[in-house]
Design a protein around this ligand. Structure first.
Ligand code: SAH
Length: 211
């Protein structure tokens, strides 16, 4: 299996082909070996145009969704980012190429441990994995320049809005537990201005301010 070729084709057809233009996002996606983040038995499917199972009912997001959510954050390199829902760690690995520091929270310990191992193996040093309920945010390292939630929420948790810097951006799927809209919120004068990027399907965000 030629993973490099599959990665190039993924970027050409699924990512560029659907209108993702941020050159740094395209570059990051060419740098991260997605095959390391999927389950061993799905390695050959790593670059297909779909989410894949991680076990325990969780999934690694479709590559296009990772690209779109990342592009929404308009990263320049100096940012501190909070991710809620580490899952495989793939989204955090992409962010690690584009921001200064990524804090990622995962409620399932075995997924958090698995992701941490992959970051070590790939020598990704600017991602910190924290176990727990990410709907509370992660006050310790706040405020954040950007927040990305990779599970479907009933609404945007107030805790996350308050841990976002003024002019910061939050990207989060909001809806019911079967389908959501991808929302981008920009914080201006303490309040979010919302843009809707259309329908998407994520596993549910569980926890205090989730389902
Ligand atoms: N970003 C991931 C995909 C995440 S799937 C990737 O790149 O692979 C959603 C993840 O969110 C699951 O691993 C699930 O366990 C986690 N999750 C759900 N609710 C959560 C919560 N309240 N806090 C932290 N993680 C949560």
């Amino acid at each position: 299996m030629d993973f490099e070729k599959a990665r190039e084709e993924m970027i050409r057809y699924q990512i560029k082909g659907r209108g993702i233009k941020d050159k740094r996002v395209l570059w990051a996606m060419s740098m991260v070996p997605r095959e390391k983040f999927v389950l061993k038995e799905n390695e050959k499917e790593a670059y297909l145009d779909c989410p894949l199972p991680l076990g325990m009912g969780q999934t690694i997001s479709q590559p296009y969704m990772v690209a779109l959510m990342t592009q929404c954050l308009t990263l320049e390199g100096s940012e501190c980012i909070l991710e809620v829902g580490t899952g495989s760690g793939y989204q955090a690995a992409i962010l690690s190429k584009l921001a200064k520091m990524v804090y990622t929270v995962e409620r399932l310990k075995n997924l958090a441990d698995r992701a941490e191992k992959i970051f070590k193996e790939l020598e990704i040093k600017n991602v910190k994995v924290v176990g727990g309920d990410g709907t509370n945010g992660l006050k310790e390292y706040s405020p954040y320049d950007g927040i990305i939630v990779t599970a479907g929420a009933p609404e945007i948790p107030q805790s996350l809005i308050s841990q976002l810097k003024e002019r910061g951006r939050i990207v989060i799927p909001v809806g019911n537990s079967f389908s959501q809209d991808l929302l981008l919120g920009k914080k201006e004068k303490g309040k979010l201005k919302i843009q809707n990027y259309g329908g998407c399907i994520f596993v549910p965000l569980l926890g205090k301010y989730g389902w």
